[in-house]
Design a protein around this ligand. Sequence first.
Ligand SMILES: Nc1ncnc2c1ncn2[C@@H]1O[C@H](COP(=O)(O)OP(=O)(O)OP(=O)(O)O)[C@@H](O)[C@H]1O
Length: 335
Amino acid sequence: MVSAMDKTATAGGAHRWDVDPVLTVEHLTMRFGGLVAVSDLSFNVGRGDITALIGPNGAGKTTVFNCVTGFYKPTEGRTVMRHGAGLQQDVIDEVTDSGLRWKQDANSAVFLLERMPDFEISHRAKVARTFQNIRLFGGMTVLENLLVAQHNPLMKASAFTFGGIVGIPAYKRAEREAIDRAVYWLEQVRLIERADDPAADLPYGDQRRLEIARAMCTEPLLLCLDEPAAGLNPRESQELNELLKFIRENHGTSVLLIEHDMGVVMEISDHIVVLDYGVKISDGDADHVRNDPKVIAAYLGVDDEEEIDIPEVLHDVEDAEARSGTTLHDEGGKA
Ligand SMILES: Nc1ncnc2c1ncn2[C@@H]1O[C@H](COP(=O)(O)OP(=O)(O)OP(=O)(O)O)[C@@H](O)[C@H]1O
């Protein structure tokens, strides 16, 4: 049987996410006035992995997302997105020193996200995101929401409107492809029957899946999901797990998710990064994180200075799990 450690480690023993990262966050700090929301944070997101960013409320998770996706300019730090395999350290150093935002050739590219506006991060670096609060166009149909997401290739094919008006072949082809892609994703998220309904009429769980479909229509290499399981019932959470595994396995898209639902996190994550008060306190696979005393203490609010009696803490965690119906620690794990 293959253990979790075997699945995430390379032959040399290094973690896969450190050998072939699609995203590297390096020494990221974000201050709001006197408040340090994120402090000197570094981690990798492995290519093709599902990586979870977890931590108690206010730990800084959404701030990290906002820095990666260009909604905030970090106070300090570098955020590198890579297309193409390997570390590409020489290219990263070259782009950093040159003051450029990215360097691209036929097979690979390196993007320094902290230098790029959000629309370039999405269209060039191919990073897509969903939000904690659903942001669909409620008055548009389900299908239209997916077509609007693809306006960029459509605008290009239309030679910025004129070609669209006269119906040049390139525009017609791009329009057909956009519809095909939208239909494909509506089938994957089981919303094809609702294609012509206003998005606002969908139940909450369906709207969450539509948001993911909309992000996938932009063909991202990195999909950032902010609490995708929030408000879902257990059946919908299970469907979300299946959808994310499908995306990873069939499209090779790397996923970075913020999630409070430990059932979702522990079941699907290849790699988990834990934040507390803006600082990374743990980084590893599910087995490592669920048995890390610092993580258990952070979730239970144990003071850093206090000596932690692990068996006692684990007992408290089990109580908390029973009450919330989620799992943070593993029965078989050693503290
Ligand atoms: N725009 C902002 N201006 C000032 N403070 C902010 C801003 N955004 C976040 N913060 C503060 O930064 C800290 C981290 O917030 P953040 O939303 O990133 O945490 P989180 O881990 O995502 O929390 P939650 O799980 O509750 O969503 C909090 O103290 C928050 O109040």
